[in-house]
Design a protein around this ligand. Structure first.
Ligand code: HEM
Length: 255
């Protein structure tokens, strides 16, 4: 789908497109995967909402990798551009959790037997976001079966530097020996400070996601165990205060 705009024209001129909208976006293939749903009034909704989250997770993973590459190359404007996009999507996903409140506890109880042991707990992309950001292996078990493609994907992320490590190296390269002073400077023109704040925005958004998800789950299933085998809300609460970049929070205490 190509839209060529003639700068001299008052309105956009749409050239003959090489492919139509649906073909360009592979919509038939994409949406075919939304058709197999549990035989339940909320079945299609439940599947589509989770799929929508996974599509956004995929984008966040992509953008985090690009941000990390840019930080390695000291390309701070590019890193900021990527991080700001990540944060915009993060915030969208916190709001997207509101949709879950349109399932009733009774509705979810009817849906639950269709789910078997499937749970967001097993979301590989969600773990990739954690691993890429800097939250690794604390408080949760890796749920990908050994030898699976998912396990390989997660192992790879664990071998790569996280954004937290990449940011530490960046500060080191720029001679920042006392990050508290960087924060203290509060200089709006400091690219390093802008990166630090964008990382904090990302961290804050995920803290909000975890809290919002835990509340939505409590509203739906109370304190019943999860389909993924955890204690449910007690487990989710135990992870609520995790941080991707704990230093960025601690430095504030030292200001
Ligand atoms: C009907 C709505 C939902 C319920 C009742 C629910 C319930 C739960 C529960 C009980 C857990 C703990 C693990 C377990 O034992 O299963 C969990 C984890 C998780 N859920 Fe949900 N969830 C819902 C919707 C969603 C949605 C829409 C997403 C988006 C992908 C999602 C993503 C996750 C993730 C990523 C975890 C792992 C969190 C962690 O390990 O810190 N959940 N969910």
């Amino acid at each position: 789908m190509t839209i060529h705009q003639d700068p001299r024209a008052e309105s956009a001129v749409v050239a003959p497109a090489p492919a139509d909208y649906s073909t360009f976006l592979h919509l038939d293939a994409l949406l075919a995967a939304t058709e197999q749903v549990p035989d339940h009034p909320d079945g299609r909704f439940f599947v589509l909402v989770h799929q929508a989250f996974e599509v956004w997770f995929e984008l966040i993973v992509h953008e985090l990798v690009a941000a990390r590459t840019a930080l390695h190359a000291d390309a701070l404007p590019e890193a900021l551009h990527r991080l700001r996009r990540v944060v915009a999507v993060d915030r969208l996903l916190v709001t997207q959790l509101d949709t879950l409140t349109t399932i009733s506890p009774a509705g979810f109880a009817g849906l639950r037997p269709h789910l078997g042991t499937a749970s967001g707990f097993q979301s590989v992309r969600y773990r990739e976001i954690e691993y890429l950001s800097g939250l690794r292996g604390r408080g949760h078990a890796v749920v990908a079966p050994p030898g699976s493609a998912a396990a390989a994907r997660l192992d790879r992320r664990l071998r790569e530097p996280s954004l937290a490590e990449t940011f530490r190296s960046l500060l080191h390269r720029h001679g920042v020996t006392d990050p508290v002073r960087l924060l203290h400077s509060g200089r709006p023109d400091s690219a390093l400070l802008a990166v630090a704040e964008a990382l904090l925005d990302h961290d804050e958004a995920w803290a909000m996601w975890r809290a919002r998800h835990a509340l939505a789950v409590e509203r739906l299933i109370g304190h019943k165990p999860g389909t993924g085998g955890s204690a449910g809300v007690a487990y989710l609460r135990s992870r609520r205060d995790e941080r991707f970049f704990p230093e960025l929070w601690q430095w504030r205490t030292q200001l």
